[in-house]
Design a protein around this ligand. Structure first.
Ligand SMILES: Cc1ncc(COP(=O)(O)O)c(C=O)c1O
Length: 399
């Protein structure tokens, strides 16, 4: 059997991370992997997580098997975090703990394939690299819509033009906030338009919420999702606690399905549980137990997320100012108004290679950098390096 295995190249992102780790240059910058770092360059464990872990260790709960749907308190807490306190929304959801946001996306893809195996999933271009493999694994079709910068922040006409051929029952992935990889976010009027479009055409929105709290704040970042939930009879949500709780390796997330009424959801729970059972049985308890503790009394944690959010916004402003001081082109100016961890640099693979080889700065081949991976001291050197590697056309000063 082993000889018949098809060849597979290593994951390009993780290959870059390995190359970074092997790079001996002390000034090296890892802007590849999507993790928040503090000023010391480490990915912190929030105090709220440490405190919850201490309480859980003291309580010493048994490690007995849990439910297929995971931790019930976590599921209820995530529903409130995502949907708010509105009873009308809370009456319409089924939420199940998942193995990170990735696991949520896969559970939902499998669920869609059970109902409508010929459905197509529409994801943004550029978009999150894992959407295609996750959605096509159970056999769903996959198409893209353009997500581009425009004067008002997002080219809505291009997006809706590309979505025009979508058929009723097709799924449209929308990033809840802090779009990966572009940082281009939808404003409330964009959400209203795309939400109404989905409702009119019978499309099913799948909101991928991996960065709640990193854009405009925890509540503000959920506003688009809530709009979509209010306008559409069926909505899917994949949520991750990796970034906003710093629970990356604990693999903590939630898959949520909203139906028109509680009755419309009756087939969802047993099906999702079957899908999980045939894959990993039940999700890991630790991260969800920590998150459930935090969500029961979230104030201290919310303050910590807000501090992380402000730090990233400050880094963006500093990078924007440094780029202006270097005379970088107007194309770079968008970095400052974009949201969340990522931005897509206006650089091609050759320029990204020079950034890596000549300056020890690692971003992805496609130009994505993790702004939240920078320290304040790295902003100046990064802006200088960007100016140096940009081709003459891109280097033309905006001034
Ligand atoms: C848009 C998006 N969705 C989902 C995920 C997956 O998150 P998790 O690490 O919780 O699986 C990520 C992680 O980078 C992401 O950027």
């Amino acid at each position: 059997m082993l000889a018949q295995l098809p060849p597979a190249s290593p994951d390009p992102l993780w290959s870059l991370i390995s190359a970074y780790r092997a790079d001996p240059r002390p000034e090296r910058m890892d802007l590849v992997v999507g993790m928040y770092r503090d000023e010391s360059g480490t990915t912190p464990v929030p105090d709220a997580v440490r405190a919850a872990e201490t309480r859980l260790a003291e309580a010493g709960a048994s490690k007995a098997y849990r439910a297929l749907s995971g931790n019930a308190d976590f599921n209820a807490g995530m529903a409130r975090l995502l949907l708010g306190d509105a009873p009308a929304r809370l009456a319409r959801h089924y939420t199940m703990q998942s193995v990170g946001g990735t696991g949520a996306l896969r559970l939902l893809a499998e669920l869609v394939a059970c109902a409508t195996p010929k459905a197509t999933v529409w994801s943004s271009d550029p978009g999150y690299v894992n959407h295609r493999p996750l959605m096509t694994a159970p056999g769903l079709g996959f198409e893209t819509y353009r997500l581009r910068e425009a004067a008002q922040g997002l080219d809505m006409a291009a997006m809706l033009d590309d979505l025009a051929p979508a058929k009723p029952g097709d799924v449209v992935i929308l990033h809840g906030c802090c779009h990966n990889p572009t940082g281009i976010d939808m404003r409330p009027e964009h959400w209203a338009e795309v939400s109404a479009f989905c409702a009119r055409r019978g499309l099913i929105p799948l909101v991928d919420m991996a960065y709640q709290g990193f854009g405009d704040g925890m509540e503000a970042d959920a506003a688009g999702l809530r709009r979509v939930v209010d306008d559409n009879p069926t909505v899917l949500v994949a949520a991750s606690c990796s970034k906003n709780m710093g629970l990356y390796c604990e693999r903590t997330g939630a898959a949520m399905v909203l139906g028109e009424s509680p009755a419309a959801l009756s087939r969802v729970a047993p099906l999702l549980e079957r899908i999980a059972r045939a894959s990993y049985s039940m999700p890991p308890e630790h991260g969800a137990a920590v998150a459930a503790e935090i969500l029961a009394a979230p104030e201290a944690w919310l303050r910590e997320v807000e501090a992380m959010r402000r730090r990233v916004a400050h880094l963006r402003a500093a990078l924007g100012a440094a780029l202006r001081a270097e005379g970088a082109s107007a194309e770079f100016a968008a970095l400052e108004r974009q949201k969340g961890m990522f931005s897509l640099l206006p650089l091609g693979p050759e320029e990204m290679r020079r950034l890596r080889e000549d300056h020890a700065i690692y971003g992805t081949e496609t130009g994505r950098i993790n702004v939240a991976g920078l320290t304040a001291a790295q902003v100046g050197p990064l802006a200088r390096a960007l100016r140096q590697v940009a081709t003459p056309a891109r280097r033309a000063s905006a001034a």
